[in-house]
Design a protein around this ligand. Sequence first.
Ligand code: SF4
Length: 351
Amino acid sequence: MNPFTFTQAGDIDAALARLATPGVRPIAGGTNLLDLMKEGVMQPDELVDINGLGLDTIEEAPGGGLRLGALARNADTAYHPLVRERYPLLSAAILAGASPQLRNMASNGGNLMQRTRCYYFYDLATPCNKREPGSGCSARNGLNRLHAILGTSEHCIATHPSDMCVALRALDAVVHVRSQGGAREIAIADFHRLPGDHPELDNTMQPGELITHIALPEAGRYAGHSAYIKVRERLSYAFALVSVAAALELDGGKDGKIVSARIALGGVAHKPWRVEEAEQALVGKAPCHDAFGAAADIVLHGAHGHGQNDFKLTLARNAIEQALSTAARGTAHARVEQRGEQRDEQRGEQQ
Ligand code: SF4
């Protein structure tokens, strides 16, 4: 690990002043950054501890929706009563990620900023365009079982590793950032980027900017019919081969037509992948296998493997169908409540 200076910011203006200097990086939970520093992949001159900035609240937004503080921990976010009640898709996605210990430390802002887990990115002995632009991509003809099938470029086929961000994409979250120049909002669709000619850039944050919070628009219509399906090599503490965040708004319950839909994928691209044309194709249809399969085909249009990850084409299609079918049956906690109501009704009839 390179020698670096460690400072603590007392307020956000002090933090932004430090971050305006090249080579200075913020640290909150450090669950990815410290790994990258130990491996020598990232070598900041200074770390600014931002944990004391008071950006850890989760609260209702004035115009509806929710504000998730950038420094709120992933575990606190997943278990927050308002998140569980109104955004069960987000809660499920967060709890599908990492381990309890990591979720206790990892911040929401850090989750957005985490970097790919491509093996070569962490291996300084191998070429990697993301770590060292122009050096080449070892994964294209190497170990690429975990890699992308959509939105790749000749320079990089890495995936974004987050589960939380897949749900945020499905829910149309907005990332709020600040720098010394002022504040701005970035739609989650525009926050992460595809590799293109510059795989070294993971997102559209500018130097000196800091995430303050994530805004979630009101999404109550999806709370009763959502599902997060994560397919991975083992049951816990593994990154997604493919994950799907699915949500449906149904007209008149589980047998009704689809009013609107959301489908976002993880583990398949350099950013959470969403094709709104596929969601539109479901509108007005009955929630059935054929409709879900047709939507999956639209989502995966143009997908292709790189050898070891060819299996993801079939896996992703099946996962989309399963996530939509599960969502149609009702969000897990909603199904439990529904069974309780039916039981109460039956008891009432018997009395
Ligand atoms: Fe590097 Fe991207 Fe290639 Fe992995 S896929 S070796 S991160 S350039």
